[in-house]
Ligand binder design. Structure first.
Ligand code: ADP
Length: 675
């Protein structure tokens, strides 16, 4: 019953240990899984934040560059001189600069560019002066009379009236079909005594005369080839000069002239060589810009509507249906309104375009009222970063989108895979370590059980010889023997039991030292023959009794071995003891010592019960005993061979077993020879 309790207690203890082990494995695994899921989640967030940071930085830098570019673009050095050379400014800001047009105001806020012909009041003056001539020419169609009146006016002291009269006369002559005279008159008007004038009206008339002359000549371009070309080139360069230098012409008049020139140049191949395609495009662009300047100028005749506007920033201009972003710049000398048309905004924000085009991103720029301006009009996903465009574009926003909606996931996935694998590896390691720990605990539990049974065996083994010795000693003390011979027999029995007891205790002690790793071997060069002799001496008395044939053969000239002599004797005595114990009554035991391959072999052979091959694999384990009647009845507790193995291992030797059930056994210890 007691034993049963002990076993139960052992099992419940084991159950606890297993439970603890399971907790030790499961708990960290579950924690790890939880940490992993958190880490994966955090990684996603971290990657998102990292990308947001990177692109916010990029946007910030693009914004800075845009600021720099536009701060530069807002240095309108020409404003001071603008009043005198608006054409030049138009070229530098529109043709060579980023803007789509401009209006220049003087210090008082009055518009000085663009100027309409109507601003100059030209029509009114001419109408009064030429009322009679125009009546004859247009209403009464009396061209000859009209020519006469124009001729009279052509004598006027006023350049303006004279040129206008010559133009009217040449027009009438042309209508009369007198082309040569018309051309001559017109040339007189265009290139006569007045070539240059500061007066806008006169200059306008000079240009009119030149254009009229060109049209006359074009009618018979074959005949007047040279003159036609000359006139074209002159007019073209005069217009260019007017643009770039003095800008005397009213803008609408200049636009009209340029358009005419462009038409003629398109119609007539004769002038092709004098007008390169580049120049033509440039002139076309300037004219288009000027036309727009005129359109917008109508809405802003003075700076009154602009004064409230913050300086040097783009705001939508309230100028017709077209969306135009205007920038108002003010200095002491005057002020300036420049603008960008919506379709031209992309080059103006090129720092964004260059940074975000062709990448994995798309960008979108919205103006201060949320109107789409540049980039991709309707992205499919949500923006992940939004920033302000810069101080010249107040309220404008730039938004970044990923082309691929899964971009964050993808960026995080590599790290997540790494985490997952690390986690899996750690879990596997925990499981493996748990497995090993479990096995170790199992082994330890088994060992404990064995130790318990060992203690029981030891007590039993020690008790048996002790009690038989006590009986014998008591008998001797009581004088319960008849003859001296019987006393001697009793004493011999006592000595035998004593010897058995000593050996048992020796084995227990060796085992105990072995267990605690305390067994110290005193290795010296030793003669195998001497070891064998000592062994024989130890077992001689026992083996000589009864029916036991004990043969000893020791080869001569054996090499020495490095050995702890006593330990080797213990090992061999154990082997011989087993041979004796596990043999039947007719015992034949043989101890052979011989040399083999630089080693010395100690072989113990018997004709005993032998062992199965399964048993052979286990006999060196501690406390193992083959379950046979002999091993049960004989003395011993399953330690002998484990001690032998321990000693042989310490000598760097090997032990081999050859045995068959019923056929006897041969155990051979092979120890390397000393060098
Ligand atoms: P024990 O104290 O039981 O002899 P050992 O460790 O010396 O323990 O031996 C282990 C077991 O091996 C023995 O119980 C026995 O069954 C078996 N054995 C050992 N030597 C022999 C042998 N020479 N012949 C048959 N069986 C043997």
């Amino acid at each position: 019953m007691k034993g049963g309790h002990k076993v139960n207690a052992g099992y419940s203890q084991l159950r606890w240990v297993v439970l603890l082990l399971a907790v030790a494995v499961i708990l960290p695994t579950v924690c790890l899984l939880w940490f992993m899921s958190q880490a994966v989640k955090n990684e996603r967030l971290a990657v998102r934040q990292k990308l947001i940071d990177i692109y916010q930085e990029k946007l910030f830098r693009a914004g800075q560059k845009t600021d720099e570019t536009w701060s530069q673009n807002c240095k309108f050095q020409e404003v001071e001189r603008a009043g005198s050379q608006p054409g030049k400014m138009l070229i530098s800001l529109v043709c060579d600069g980023p803007y789509d047009g401009l209006i220049i105001y003087d210090a008082a806020g009055e518009r000085i560019y663009p100027i309409f012909a109507a601003d100059i009041g030209e029509q009114f003056d001419l109408a009064e002066e030429f009322a009679q001539a125009w009546g004859l020419e247009f209403a009464e169609q009396d061209l000859a009379a009209a020519v006469r009146v124009y001729q009279q006016k052509a004598q006027s002291y006023s350049d303006y009236v004279r040129i206008a009269a010559l133009i009217g006369k040449s027009r009438c002559l042309a209508k009369l079909g007198r082309m040569d005279e018309a051309i001559a008159t017109c040339r007189q008007a265009a290139y006569g005594d007045v070539q240059n004038s500061d007066d806008r009206l006169t200059t306008g008339l000079l240009f009119d005369a030149q254009l009229l002359l060109l049209e006359f000549l074009e009618q018979d371009a074959g005949k007047y080839q040279t003159l036609f070309r000359e006139t074209f080139v002159k007019l073209l360069s005069a217009i260019n000069a007017d643009f770039e230098d003095d800008s005397v012409l009213a803008c609408d008049r200049r636009i009209f002239l340029v358009k005419k020139i462009l038409q003629i140049s398109k119609r007539d191949r004769l002038v092709e060589n004098y007008f390169s395609p580049g120049d033509r495009i440039r002139l076309g662009k300037l004219v288009a810009a000027e036309e727009r300047c005129l359109d917008i100028a109508e809405y802003f005749p003075t700076t009154a509507g602009l004064e409230s506007q913050q300086a040097d920033v783009f705001r939508p201009l309230a100028a017709g249906v077209e969306v135009v972003y205007g920038l108002y710049h003010k200095t002491d000398e005057g002020s300036l309104l420049v603008w960008l048309c919506k379709e031209n905004i992309i080059p103006a924000l090129s720092d964004y375009e260059s940074n975000f085009r062709d990448s994995d991103l798309i960008y979108r720029i919205l103006d201060d009222s949320g109107r789409f301006v540049a980039g991709v009009a309707k992205p499919e996903s949500e923006p992940f970063v939004t920033a302000l465009v810069g101080r010249h574009f107040p309220g404008w926003k730039v938004q970044l989108y990923f082309k691929d909606g899964q971009a964050f996931e993808k960026a995080a996935s590599r790290q997540i895979v790494l985490y997952t694998w690390t986690g899996v590896l750690v879990i596997v390691l925990i499981l493996v370590a748990g497995g090993f720990a479990g096995r170790a605990v199992g082994k330890q539990a088994k060992l404990n059980r064995l130790k318990n049974s060992f203690i029981a065996t030891v007590s039993h083994e020690l008790k048996t010889p002790l009690s038989s010795m006590r009986v014998l000693v008591d008998t001797l003390l009581e004088g319960g023997f008849n003859q001296q011979q019987q006393a001697t027999e009793y004493l011999q029995l006592i000595s035998k039991e004593n010897e058995r007891l000593s050996r048992l205790i020796d084995n227990f002690l060796t085992f105990s030292r072995m267990e605690r790793n305390k067994q110290a071997f005193d290795m010296v060069r030793a003669s195998p023959a001497e070891i064998a002799a000592d062994t024989v001496k130890a077992v001689q008395t026992k083996f000589n009794k009864g029916r036991c044939k004990f043969d000893v053969s020791i080869d001569e000239n054996l090499p020495q071995i490095l050995a702890d002599k006593d330990a080797m004797v213990t090992a061999l005595v154990n082997l011989l003891d087993n041979a004796y114990k596990y043999s039947y009554d007719e015992k034949q035991i043989e101890l052979r010592v011989f040399a083999e391959d630089d080693s010395v072999c100690f072989s113990v052979k018997d004709n005993g019960i032998g062992m199965s091959s399964r048993a052979i694999k286990k006999i060196f384990s501690r406390f193992y005993q083959v379950d046979s009647s002999l091993s049960r009845s004989g003395d011993g507790c399953g330690l002998g061979l484990s001690i032998v193995k321990f000693i042989v291992d310490a000598h760097k030797g090997r032990i081999s077993v050859e045995s068959k059930p019923g056929k006897g056994s041969e155990l051979t210890v092979k120890v390397p020879a000393a060098i």
